[in-house]
Design a protein around this ligand. Structure first.
Ligand code: NAP
Ligand code: 8YV
Length: 327
């Protein structure tokens, strides 16, 4: 579907995902084409000259199959800081710049991580359900077995969002350590080069690394065993980072205490077994999902396209595709 008739002076942008109002407003001076679900071959053959692609949701993988059909593509402006649905290495080989939306969502996602941690450790959603079910007059909700008071938090990832989470955790007075491939010179928390060593020394993991092949299943049965029976796992990263069947088995057998999950392997499908467990808190991938933050993310999609159209450097290219001029 084409939203506006092309004119000679209106640059054209291909869109994958919804055209939200903020995008429509910001890209009003462009001719927008929505990549159709059916008749795609004919559409791409007729529009092989397109040079800009906006991806407003991770609805499908973007890589060589599409790049082959768009030989003049110069920019992929993608929504979200995570871009595991975009093959950035393939884009780099073709000189295509991929941009994402970092930083503008750090505080929102960090808030969500802390909210999920408190809900999981103190069983707050379960207590709320106790009230709604009218059970309070029959008896108080039981004392939560867990508390933050005696916990040590291991952050898996200490990037833009990890730092924002750690800053909040300092207010709780809990010891903080982290695992990442490299120690950050600007961060004073103890660094563990090996995740398994950190899992042995802490009882709470907050996972905030990128998705993709490098981190797939990094939280596996071994890591969960090392975490132990008091263990709490909070995942606000990607579902793929945790071996989901291993996590479900550990929760069922009480090998770990509880989990709080914002992300899943096959979203929006959540494994049925998780829905039956009382020691999990489940969110529908809402880490950045406030109107305030989503507007800023959409604006960054727009601003990267505007920079491209003006021949200026992109604002937020991913590291795999540094800008060296528009090819
Ligand atoms: P970032 O600044 O790039 O930080 C990533 C961190 O992960 C760094 O500390 C990095 O350190 C570490 N890391 C990367 N690969 C690793 C590996 N193989 N093993 C161990 N550590 C690794 O990213 P960010 O902006 O904080 O975002 C992190 C991720 O959060 C995103 O990519 C996205 O998937 C997810 N996210 C989720 C939501 C949500 O709604 N739930 C919202 C926003 C973001 P080293 O490079 O030194 O290893
Ligand atoms: C988005 C995210 O909700 O930025 C990310 O990496 O996971 C979230 O902010 C996601 O991109 C879904 O559209």
């Amino acid at each position: 579907m084409t939203f506006t008739m092309p004119t000679a002076d209106k640059p054209e942008v291909l869109l994958i995902g919804p055209l939200r109002p903020w995008l429509a407003k910001g890209l009003a001076d462009f001719t927008m084409h929505k990549l159709p679900a059916s008749g795609r071959d004919a559409f791409l053959a007729a529009n092989a000259d397109l040079r800009a692609l906006a991806v407003s949701a991770p609805v499908e993988p973007v890589g060589d199959a599409l790049f082959d059909r768009l030989p003049k593509l110069q920019i992929v402006s993608s929504f979200g800081v995570g871009y595991d649905h975009i093959d950035a290495a393939a884009a780099a080989k073709r000189g295509i710049i991929v941009t994402h939306t970092p930083d503008v969502l750090n505080e929102e996602v960090a808030d969500t991580a802390i909210g999920l941690l408190l809900c999981t450790v103190r069983e707050l959603p379960q207590a709320e359900r106790h009230v709604r079910a009218g059970r309070w007059p029959q008896g108080n909700y039981p004392l939560s077995k867990a508390t933050l008071r005696n916990r040590t938090i291991g952050l898996v990832g200490m990037g833009r969002i990890g730092v924002a989470i750690a800053r909040r955790l300092e207010g709780f007075g809990v010891p903080i350590v982290y695992h990442a491939r490299r120690a950050r010179p600007d961060v004073s928390y103890p660094h563990y080069p090996k995740l398994i060593d950190m899992a042995r020394d802490v009882d709470t993991l907050i996972v905030i690394v990128p998705g993709g092949a490098e981190t797939r299943n990094m939280i596996d049965a071994r890591v969960l065993d090392a975490l132990g029976p008091e263990g709490v796992v909070i995942n606000v990263a990607r579902g793929s980072v945790i071996d989901e069947p291993a996590l479900i088995a550990a929760l069922k057998r009480r090998k770990i205490f509880a989990a709080g999950l914002d992300v899943f392997v096959d979203e929006p499908n959540v494994p049925a077994e998780l829905l039956t467990l009382d020691n999990v808190v489940l969110l529908p991938h809402v880490g950045s999902a406030s109107a305030y933050t989503r507007e800023k993310m959409d604006q960054l999609i727009v601003d990267n396209i505007l920079a491209w159209a003006a021949g200026k450097p992109p604002l937020t290219p991913v590291p795999e595709t540094p800008w060296r001029g528009w090819s």
